[in-house]
Design a protein around this ligand. Structure first.
Ligand SMILES: [Zn+2]
Length: 136
C-alpha cells in the first residue's frame, strides 16, 4: 500500500472510534484538540466526516477502520482528522477516503447521498469507473 501524501503528514494524536464518532457529522461543532504545538480547532461537520460517522467499513473490501488520527501538513498547518485501519503504525496503516460513488465526471453529486466510505487502496482501483466492481 502506497500512500502518496502520507509522507508529509504529521500525526498529532491517535483516538478510538468511540471517542470521535459521537462528536462528528452534520450539525456538530468543531472539536478543540490540545496538541504538542498548542490548541487547534478542527471542523467536523463536512460531508466527509458525516460519511465516516455513518460507516467505518470500506464498501468494497469490507475492511473496518479502528482509529482516527489527528494529522497536519506541518505543525498545525491544515490539521484534520483522518480515518484509518491501523494494525501496526510502522507497517500496516490504511487511510480511508470519502468516495464519490457515482464519479463527479459521471454527474455524481458532492452530497452525502453519493458519499461512500472507501479505503485508499480500493479508491485507487476504482478511480472513475462506474458502476464500480465489488471485486475491484
Ligand atoms: Zn477497501
Amino acid at each position: 500500500m502506497t500512500l502518496i501524501n502520507e509522507q508529509k503528514l504529521i500525526t498529532l494524536g491517535v483516538y478510538s472510534l468511540e471517542t470521535i464518532l459521537p462528536r462528528i457529522g452534520f450539525g456538530k461543532k468543531s472539536i478543540m484538540f490540545d496538541t504538542m504545538y498548542g490548541d487547534v480547532s478542527v471542523k467536523v461537520n463536512s460531508v466527509r466526516m458525516e460519511c465516516f460517522r455513518r460507516n467505518q467499513k470500506c464498501i468494497i473490501c469490507q475492511l473496518v477502520a479502528n482509529r482516527f488520527l489527528l494529522q497536519s501538513f506541518g505543525k498545525l498547518n491544515g490539521t484534520h482528522l483522518n480515518l484509518y485501519f491501523v494494525e501496526d503504525f510502522d507497517t500496516k496503516k490504511v487511510l480511508y477516503t470519502r468516495d464519490h460513488w457515482v464519479p463527479r465526471r459521471w454527474g455524481g453529486s458532492n452530497g452525502i447521498t453519493n458519499a461512500r466510505t472507501m479505503c485508499w487502496d480500493c479508491n485507487q482501483n476504482k478511480k472513475d469507473k462506474f458502476p464500480p466492481s465489488p471485486l475491484g
